[in-house]
Design a protein around this ligand. Sequence first.
Ligand code: PAF
Length: 282
Amino acid sequence: MLVYTTQITLKEHLSPLKSKGKTIGLVPTMGAIHMGHLSLMQEALSQNDIVVVSIFVNPTQFNNPNDLEKYPRTLERDVKLIESLSDKIIVFAPSVEDIYADNAVADIFKYDGLENQMEGANRPGHFNGVGTIVKKLFEITEADKAYFGEKDFQQLQIIRNMTTQFKLPVEIVGVPIFRQEDGLAMSSRNELLSDEAKKEATLINQIMLQAKNLFKSKSIKEVVDFVENEFKKHSNFELEYFEIADEKTLQTAIEKTENTKYRGFVVVHLDNVRLIDNISLN
Ligand code: PAF
């Protein structure tokens, strides 16, 4: 399997293929590959001639240095896992210097207000970092399609917005959340949980499913109160936020209106790990 660690060598490989009309699918990741990533790769393999998986822990999207330091880095294992899916996949695993030279600083983006909600409000600068790296990766790979999981639903909407705004010649494909059988959303951060905490974390999806059920008959405030109270009952969990928002604008919803799609977005801390999930409510 091909593993490139510099932009130049990857471009040298891809450019002639692109000129011959081959289509390129990109799956951007920060590594610690799990089934969720593999489902993105599977989708990409079915729709493109060439699939590139980038593995890069992007420093400019971490607002918390401790979080950046703790982020799992498991390149060797990642490459083996990807190879077990298909040895035709190309891995791009550059260094920070290769991507940013000596200036690892994010560009500033506006995404029509999408950046001011939830993760944007709680992780200052995060979506500038995401926009910076994703735009660079699109340029380096000249991807025709790029694949992102719905687990980071706000990120997906922001990347769609950026792609339209800058008229980037790439199609964004959103892929549904991949869950374990017990409902826990697959995440690289799950690696940081103890075995005990992994079991406890299944509560997140259970509460979200209950919220979805309540949403049929209760007001938005009642559903939000329910979720907040449920997490209060479990002292191991610290709820950072639960919000119900319009799926398109990501504006916090106060009252239900007809013909609007709503989603519940949650972030909790468990075992010193920040876990994120969301669910379509209607
Ligand atoms: O979702 C992620 O893993 C990252 O935010 C991404 C899209 C790979 C950019 O670093």
